[in-house]
Design a protein around this ligand. Structure first.
Ligand code: NDP
Ligand code: HEM
Length: 486
């Protein structure tokens, strides 16, 4: 049966959907025409604020399955049995551009996955790079602004970008990854996901470990050259969205194998880097990858706005036996995401179906009311925790038996030193294993930095020379060819 066309309160609109009430045929309109006002007023409010970062993205549902026993490392219920399955929703994204920007931009890719577990929603909010640009969280807004638009010209600005990076050189490792061809993945299917941060997992006996998680693409890694990425940005800015949607629709949903690296507290004390330093990886040879699961994305959302735009991920959304570490950037993220969700989606953002826990047992009777409360608001249940009635409290491994912190309250800026170049140099050596990859890194930096002023270019040459003198020299040579000095 054909649907009846109605206004938003369900009242059928008589006759013609496009007719408006007016005086005579061509006179002024009438304020009483609710059908017109209802439609225009809703249209005026169609846009919610876009994500301040990661605004352009694509999402899909899938299934996670435990492949190997990991219960000696983590007591989370969704990991407790080999073969156990959990529904997931993943959103991929670029970081710096607006919601309409090109999918092939040189940028880290976001890789955020929500696991709808029986103990609540677990969000693993990762990137496709194993490290990040900062380790002082206060730098995040500054760094992000250098990739947004210049406040005067409203243009992207190579001076802002390289000025920041040459004065905050702890970013060098991530900058080398970003300007390698991994900075322009061929698709969301053909890239890895990394926790980047160290997290803390514990088993049911209370033993605990620092961990890093890796999602390795079963499709293999594929990248675009700078020129291919640039051409696609013009010819098909939604290239990655199209690729993901069409592959899933054709039954060719991508999958990732999940691995964990672990460290004991003792190992962490002896490691040559801090496990709380987001600019460092844990070398594979010292901390081998251990497989524990896989997930496949196999279902496209039916409605992009409802399911992808309204998805709200947060590193603070975790489950028992999985905790954040003291990584200062991670600690700050624990605050920032739910804060932005309350601004972007409203205080009841967890009631939106894509964000709703599936446990069926969310019980926090003091969290009531607010904009867009649509789940019955816990009915007549008292609006406070009535401890005279039975309430169950679960017990998990206790944090106070794990790390002990002491020290003076003091301001600390984790400034860069030459040590921060070691892993960037290791990466430069890794690139030698792949044809032309060292040359592509030099080329990709040069075409970008050619748009900066000469004094900033000079700082860039010097910075990359500390990664490797050949790299600095190659960047200098090509940049000066592209932007000759007078
Ligand atoms: P390994 O020799 O054990 O492994 C090198 C890693 O580098 C592989 O994971 C490889 O991924 C990855 N890789 C290859 N090309 C690039 C690129 N353009 N950008 C980023 N990663 C790339 O090395 P180590 O563990 O000793 O680390 C050496 C360097 O490798 C690090 O400094 C880091 O930059 C990089 N790396 C390390 C990771 C880690 O967790 N240890 C993770 C990712 C990168 P693949 O096998 O898929 O080709
Ligand atoms: C998105 C803040 C670092 C991964 C976001 C958003 C904010 C934010 C405000 C938008 C969220 C939304 O509107 O729903 C921060 C801050 C950081 C930081 C303050 C550091 C201090 C990182 C790091 C990673 C990361 C280190 C990865 C390891 C992501 C991802 C998204 C995102 C994947 C997109 C989530 C989605 O698809 O909705 N971040 N971020 N961020 N961030 Fe961060």
């Amino acid at each position: 049966m054909a649907p009846v066309f109605t206004n938003s309160n369900g009242c059928p609109i008589p006759g013609d959907a496009f007719a408006t009430q007016r005086i005579g045929k061509h006179g002024p309109l009438l304020l009483q025409d609710f059908n017109l006002i209802d439609s225009l007023a809703h249209f005026d409010r169609e846009r919610i604020p876009e994500r301040v970062v990661h605004a352009k993205g694509s999402g899909a549902y899938g299934v996670f399955e435990v492949t190997d026993d990991i219960t000696d490392v983590c007591g989370a219920a969704f990991l407790d049995t080999i073969g156990k399955k959990t529904k997931v929703f993943t959103r991929f994204s670029t970081v710096g551009g607006e919601a309409g920007s090109a999918d092939t931009a040189r940028d880290p890719r976001g890789f955020a996955t929500k696991f709808y577990t029986e103990e609540g929603n677990l969000d693993l909010v990762y990137n496709n790079t194993p490290v990040f640009f900062i380790r002082d969280p206060s730098k995040f807004p500054h760094f992000i602004h250098t990739q947004k638009r210049n406040p005067e010209t409203h243009l992207k600005d190579a001076n802002m970008f390289w000025d920041y990076l040459t004065t905050n050189q702890e970013a060098i490792h991530q900058v080398c990854i970003l300007f390698s061809d991994r900075g322009t993945p061929a698709s969301y299917r053909e890239m890895n996901g990394y926790s980047g941060h160290t997290y803390k997992w514990s088993n049911k006996k209370g033993e605990w470990f620092y961990v890093q998680v890796h999602f390795i693409s079963d499709q293999g890694i594929k990248t675009l050259s700078n020129e291919e990425a640039g051409a696609l940005a013009g010819s098909n800015p939604d290239y990655a969205q199209e690729d993901l949607f069409k592959n899933i629709a054709a039954g060719n949903g991508p999958s990732w194998t999940c691995y964990v690296q672990t460290m004991t507290q003792e190992q962490a004390k002896n490691a040559p880097f801090s496990v709380f330093d987001l600019t460092k990886v844990w070398p594979h040879s010292d901390y081998p990858l251990r497989r524990f699961g896989k997930f496949q994305l196999n279902e496209n959302p039916k409605n992009y706005f409802a399911e992808v735009e309204q998805a709200a991920f947060s590193p603070a959304h975790t489950v028992p036996y999985m905790e954040p570490s003291a990584d200062p950037v991670l600690q700050s993220r624990l605050f920032s995401y739910a804060d932005t969700h309350r601004h972007r989606l409203g205080t009841n953002y967890t009631q939106i179906p894509v964000n709703c826990p599936v446990t069926g047992a969310v019980y926090n009777p003091h969290m009531r009311d607010g904009h867009m409360n649509v789940n019955g608001n816990l009915g007549s249940t008292p609006n406070y925790l009535d401890t005279s009635k039975p309430v169950e409290f679960k017990q998990f491994a206790l944090q106070e038996e794990q790390e002990v912190w002491e020290g003076a309250a003091c301001p600390f800026h984790w400034k860069y030193t030459d040590e921060d170049f070691k892993q960037a140099t290791a990466l430069y050596n890794v690139l030698k294993r792949y044809p032309n990859q060292q040359a592509h890194l030099a080329h990709n930096v040069s075409v970008h930095v050619a748009a900066a002023d000469a004094h900033i270019q000079d700082r860039v040459f010097e910075m990359f020379s500390k990664v490797h003198p050949d790299l600095g020299a190659a960047i200098k040579k090509e940049t000066l060819q592209l932007s000759p000095r007078k």
